[in-house]
Ligand binder design. Structure first.
Ligand code: SF4
Length: 297
């Protein structure tokens, strides 16, 4: 794994408009990610922004030191409609450097103050540090945390996500969030065809998620857009050359064909039913209902 250098930056805006997704805005306190997942979709964004999508994605990390202040300015604007904000779309908000800068924590405090619904996607166990803020936020606005755990297969984890904490450790943290009343579940994504999507691997992961009391589990097969694609194929050539030809066929286009993705989705659905994955929180933190305006007749 390459060593990371950190560079402090000033951002011009904190919230990024997102189109064509189920959420309106994204928020990324860092640029690049220490976790170094070989399949990382955000390498594509790095390439679009003229940054190195390869080794440099994890070697040179930008730290947006003014993001909390900037976010507060944007949330206080009259034009802000309180739409849902997602953290973790282009970098992990709980990568190790967050321990020092506390920018994600600062952003969550601001989002709490402005009662903004939040979704977080992370592989970082550091999120447990902010359980107090998540609890307060969940009492004021909708909060949902997806722990990215593509597989609990330790051999695959070590090869493909070299900078992350072990999958079972992530699930232990998930359980702590659920026990505190915060909605948290598992994103089994991205699944790698022929590497992490065998029925036995899927079963083990869904079973572990259910044991950790995940409120939900969703799954998705990897996609390889330019930037991600080249880095991933270099990895395959070096580490799993026997699968290279199959990947070249499957990923002729960025997205895998339905013949690959549908059977995986069906299996995951089957295992979710078998292990009874559902929201089993004893205490469900949620914002108070909005008062209904009564009409005068
Ligand atoms: S943790 Fe997420 S953002 Fe970071 S390298 Fe892995 S996939 Fe990319």
């Amino acid at each position: 794994m390459t060593q990371s250098n950190y560079r402090e930056l000033q951002c011009k805006s904190a919230l990024n408009r997102v189109s064509g997704m189920h959420f309106g805005w994204s928020l990324n306190p860092y640029q690049g990610c220490f976790h170094s997942c070989v399949y990382c979709f955000a390498r594509h964004h790095a390439q679009l922004a003229d940054r190195d999508p390869g080794e440099g994605f994890s070697a040179n990390i930008g730290v947006k030191i003014n993001i909390v202040e900037q976010l507060r300015k944007e949330l206080s604007r009259k034009s802000w409609k309180g739409e849902s904000v997602v953290l973790g779309t282009a970098t992990d908000p709980y990568q190790p450097i967050e321990g020092r800068y506390k920018l994600t924590r600062g952003c969550l405090l601001a989002l709490r103050d402005y009662r903004t619904p939040v979704q977080i996607i992370t592989k970082g166990t550091l999120i447990v540090r902010d359980l107090d803020v998540l609890v307060e936020l969940a009492k004021r606005a909708k909060v949902s945390v997806s722990f990215s755990v593509p597989t609990v297969d330790e051999t695959v984890w070590k090869k493909t996500e070299p900078g992350t904490s072990p999958p079972l450790q992530r699930l232990r943290v998930l359980k702590q969030l659920v026990e505190a009343g915060v909605e948290a579940g598992v994103g089994m994504a991205p699944l790698l065809p022929g590497i992490s999507d065998s029925p036995s691997q899927l079963e083990a992961t869904v079973m572990a998620a259910a044991k950790a009391r995940a409120c939900f589990v969703w799954a998705g097969t990897v996609y390889l857009k330019p930037g991600t694609r080249e880095h991933f194929f270099r990895f395959m050539k070096k580490e799993l050359p026997h699968l290279l030809q199959r990947y070249e066929q499957i990923f002729f286009k960025p997205y895998a064909p339905k013949s690959v993705t549908i059977p995986v989705q069906e299996k995951v659905r089957e295992f979710k039913k078998q292990f009874q994955v559902r929201d089993r929180r004893l205490q469900k933190l949620k914002p108070p209902e909005k008062p209904i305006q009564l009409q005068l007749i």
